[in-house]
Design a protein around this ligand. Structure first.
Ligand code: ZN
Length: 415
């Protein structure tokens, strides 16, 4: 699948000391300091293309953009892979509901997602992989699981027995009862007759009448959701035999911890004998005006709507950084207004001829980002610098800081 257009990242023209990045790991619940590496392997779960791109999506991909920018500025490379679930039940259901062809719907939403990502200056993944194009990989992964005796049939559908993973549940830390409830709410089928365990997950669904299917050694059908990501991560992130984990970072929104990432982890562990990721990173959820933002409530705010209303994409980006990525937060008009005011404050300072030296503020921003991508502290430091500069504190130039903001935070100021 074609990724979106590349985003220019300026070279830093000032030598910065970049400490190792610490990130909250969902599996341990504590901060992991990433070991310094030349190349990091990061997999972030992409959208199912039927309602792109709401602000929750934007907050998630912005989080991993900041992460990638930090690692790159530290002199490392990042092999970033993102999938796109371009065949799954929710996509078919939405297409049926709206009376449109599922492929037409998917393509239109993928295009919208790409243009939203470009507007928000999110660096594209090196590999952007659709579920449909990944079917041969998925089949291969399922065959790998089958060879270990961990799959079984219910009628013509294939299921993965998650009991094969001895520490299933160690990512989400939920009780079995909690897992069953959430599984049922998020597309799972815990009460299906014939399952060996209520939490076993579908890996290959036989073709249903009126639905698409692809020929394979497993019969004509389509992939389950979880195995799609397991197979793509395994293939595109070049598992390094020296590492006890397949990849460095697995990421997504916190609603993916269970069942999606728990399932991916258990499949990957059984398939390869390795832990899937050394750090599991999850972005919090976004609410609107005091309510959870969700498809069912119909209160999703879309990036494209805000852009069409004339909101500066940099203001959206800034607003999403005003809260810590890990926390659930509310989106309100006040948040947007505050972001606009703070952007204006920064822009005014950056356009001045005499500003305070950027050395201290850059080091404050780097320290904040190194500490679990603490963007609220980073933005606070920038606002203080802007205010001091406007009050007459001099000794520096704004070009160095503009480059820095562009490279590290993806904030581009055209003055
Ligand atoms: Zn995924």
């Amino acid at each position: 699948m074609e990724s979106w257009q590349s985003i220019a990242v300026p070279k830093l023209d000032y030598a910065l000391s970049m400490p190792s990045l610490s990130l909250t790991d969902s599996k341990t619940g504590s901060k992991n300091q990433l070991a310094k590496k030349d190349l990091y392997r990061m997999y972030v779960c992409g959208i199912t293309p039927y309602d792109a791109t709401h602000l929750g999506h934007a907050a998630t991909y912005l989080t991993f953009d900041l992460l990638q920018r930090y690692l790159r500025a530290s002199g490392s490379e990042v092999n970033y892979v993102q999938n796109i679930t371009d065949i799954d039940d929710p996509l078919l259901e939405r297409a049926n509901r709206d009376g449109v062809d599922w492929q037409v719907l998917a393509h239109s939403q993928i295009d919208l997602f790409r243009s939203d990502m470009v507007a928000l200056r999110v660096i594209p993944p090196a590999h952007y992989i659709g579920a449909v194009e990944a079917i041969p990989l998925v089949v291969q992964a399922i065959q790998g699981l089958a060879s270990k005796g961990t799959t079984y049939l219910i009628e013509d559908d294939l299921y993965f027995a998650n009991g094969a993973c001895s520490d299933f549940g160690s990512l989400s830390h939920l009780s079995k009862k909690e897992m069953e409830i959430i599984f049922s709410q998020r597309g799972g089928d815990p009460t299906l007759i014939g399952k060996k365990d209520s939490l076993d997950c579908l890996v290959w669904m036989a073709q249903r009448p009126g639905e698409p299917g692809w020929d394979s050694e497993l019969g004509k059908g389509r992939p389950g959701w979880h195995i799609e990501c397991t197979a793509i991560a395994n293939q595109y992130l070049s598992p390094d035999s020296e590492n006890p984990e397949l990849i460095d970072i697995q990421g997504g929104g916190s609603d993916l911890i269970f069942p999606h990432h728990e399932m991916c982890r258990s499949q990957a562990t059984v398939l390869t004998g390795k832990e899937l990721a050394s750090t599991y990173v999850h972005a919090g959820m976004l609410g609107l005006d005091g309510e959870k933002m969700s498809k069912s409530k119909g209160n999703l705010v879309f990036v494209s709507t805000l852009l069409a209303e004339g909101v500066d994409p940099m203001v959206i980006r800034y607003a999403l950084m005003m809260e810590h990525y890990h926390r659930d937060r509310m989106w309100t008009n006040e948040v947007l207004l505050q972001a606009q005011n703070e952007i204006n404050n920064l822009r005014t300072a950056l356009s001045m001829q005499h500003v305070e030296s950027a050395e201290t503020v850059m080091s404050e921003v780097v320290s904040a980002l190194a500490n679990d991508l603490d963007t609220p502290s980073a933005l606070h430091a920038l606002q203080s610098w802007a205010t001091r500069s406007q009050k007459g504190s001099g000794g520096g130039d704004s070009i160095t800081l503009r480059n820095f903001l562009d490279a590290l935070l993806g904030l581009e100021f055209q003055l």
